[in-house]
Design a protein around this ligand. Sequence first.
Ligand SMILES: CC(C)(COP(=O)(O)OP(=O)(O)OC[C@H]1O[C@@H](n2cnc3c(N)ncnc32)[C@H](O)[C@@H]1OP(=O)(O)O)[C@@H](O)C(=O)NCCC(=O)NCCS
Length: 166
Amino acid sequence: MMIEPHDAVLIRQATKDDAPAISAVVIKTLRETNVKFYTADMIDAVATNFSVDQVEARMAERVVFVATIAGNVVGTASLHQGTVRTVFVLPDRQGRRIGSTLMARILDVAREQGLDSLTVPSAINAESFYQKLGFVYLSDKFEGSERIIIMRKELAPTERGTEAPC
Ligand SMILES: CC(C)(COP(=O)(O)OP(=O)(O)OC[C@H]1O[C@@H](n2cnc3c(N)ncnc32)[C@H](O)[C@@H]1OP(=O)(O)O)[C@@H](O)C(=O)NCCC(=O)NCCS
């Protein structure tokens, strides 16, 4: 049997049993990372969308991944009809390529689904993260006075899994 290093990061598709851990990761990250870039009111409003029940209910219509270390969920990312949703990595685990590894899995699914492009409504603090993954600025969207950046990544024909004619 292969023994994983104790801090190895594993990415797997989420199950409904992960809903409490996903909710906890998102809310902790909102309150410790995103709060530096948005008002407390905005963070409170967004956090209300990530109760355990709501996270579990959305799993029916999304492809959801979790990143785990030693069995504990430390990050998550999901895809809903061509839109990247809910990409969060715990504050003390950020900067270790967990977010980009989760996004690689999202891109794999997008290719499998034959999507032409992927859209993400990015938090202002995550714009550079998505830029590094090939997303480009499309437009601004405002939730009250709070700015969200709409970004898009076109998937090249090869990225869409198109095979050369034989
Ligand atoms: C955005 C987030 C998911 C990135 O996850 P991560 O695991 O820290 O990112 P990675 O370690 O994979 O970083 C990949 C690259 O993006 C860069 N990057 C990551 N977060 C960044 C940030 N906030 N600002 C600037 N660059 C960032 C890294 O420096 C790295 O660059 P490199 O390829 O030149 O080394 C994470 O910081 C997070 O959870 N933020 C708070 C929640 C959030 O805003 N999510 C986005 C919602 S739209």
